[in-house]
Unconditional design. Structure first.
Length: 94
């Protein structure tokens, strides 16, 4: 019987195989473009930030067992910063 972790990794394998086949800069540019679009475009574009946060959290969850404490903290900080950006886009002041 497989664990939840093994099931998660097995379900992620096709997407990871696809991403691994791309040139290294393509996933980075994809996240960058989605982030900039989510910040710079009008109101419903913040949904793009939700996609970015989900992708970053998914990658963090996959890498979690192999990361050191400092690496975990840095990656959690990136996700937290993206959540803060999302909150400022969804509920701006004034």
């Amino acid at each position: 019987m497989s664990t939840l972790r093994e099931s998660f990794e097995r379900a992620s394998l096709p997407a990871l195989t696809f991403l691994n086949g791309l040139p290294r800069f393509v996933p980075f540019l994809g996240i960058l473009v989605l982030t900039l679009a989510g910040v710079l475009l009008p109101a419903p574009a913040w949904l793009l930030l939700v996609v970015v946060i989900l992708v970053l959290a998914w990658i963090l969850a996959l890498a979690w067992p192999r990361l050191t404490g400092a690496e975990r903290l840095m990656r959690l900080a990136v996700v937290a910063i993206m959540i803060a950006v999302l909150v400022t886009q969804v509920a701006p002041r004034g």
